[in-house]
Design a protein around this ligand. Sequence first.
Ligand code: NAD
Length: 334
Amino acid sequence: MRKNVIVLGGGGFIGGHLAKKMKNLGHHVRIADIKNHEYFKHEDICHEFILCDLTDPKSVELVINENCDELYQLAADMGGAGYIFSGNNDANVMHNSSLINLNVAKECVVKKVKKVFYSSSACIYPEHNQLDPSNPNCEEGSAYPANPDSEYGWEKLFSERIYFAFNRNYGLDVRVARFHNIFGPQGTWKGGKEKAPAAMIRKVAESKDGDCIEVWGDGSQTRSFLYVSECLEAIERFMEKDFKGPINIGSEEMVTINELAEMAIKLSGKSIKIKNICGDEFIHKYGFPCPLGVKGRNSDNRLFMKEIGWVVSMPLINGMEKTFNWINNQVNGA
Ligand code: NAD
């Protein structure tokens, strides 16, 4: 069946990939974003691209039309650790993303959108459960009592609650997923909003034999990273089920940040050393404390397996290789 699909934030990384996949599946795709997609041509990913600010309710009224089968809400004021953990963007992150979600949830009810997907984040999980790098707890039920370590996480938690409230009171059919570090080609790789995999790869691609790359923190903090195509498959399977979430979408292959950097170095074939920078040295250089986030984080996929009957399986190195090739091309040409 050909569906009418709206992707909010389709000018961004995951939204762009999602829109492209939907268009390739034969659906009618409308994108709304405050910026054009930097790497995809619009005609390759959608039928309509509406350039607008979704914090403005009038724009949201215009973008969300009747007869929408599925709306994917991925628009958010966000970036990597340097953007969301430095504290410098807290007011904008909370204000802009909350307004978007308040506008969108209401308009979806007005226009009787059939199903809404909301992308929350692993950043909602309590800091106190993620102090041990080798044993973090990100089980879905552990979110409360809430204690996210960033305003970005608090906004996501608030917005999860908006969608569930609209479900309870107005019957809005929602699916809420908590993404854990999604990465891949056609994502931000420079400029301060890039995430760890892209940042590591860029630094390596810009270096030559014998150089040293800087890695923030002491390198022992752990994370897991999910390649974007696996994320899209997880979203698709989740949307087909009645279960509404919240549910983790992430990889369970946990690595330290230094291991991630070493992977990028190995893929380059160059001989590059890692220099970890933190504490006073970091403050002296950048003028603010090292924005690390929690000590450890890993996806817990037991609920996904139970409710959706499937789990992601691509090894991190495979996704890193695809991403390395793309970023290396951006930096050094084909
Ligand atoms: P992204 O920054 O590439 O995409 C977000 C898009 O939202 C951008 O294109 C941006 O221009 C758009 N946007 C921001 N403010 C807007 C506004 N006022 N009006 C219209 N558009 C606006 O990020 P992404 O990595 O593709 O993430 C997509 C979603 O998934 C976000 O909600 C993000 O918080 C969530 N998420 C992502 C990750 C990840 O690792 N990438 C992890 C957890 C959660």
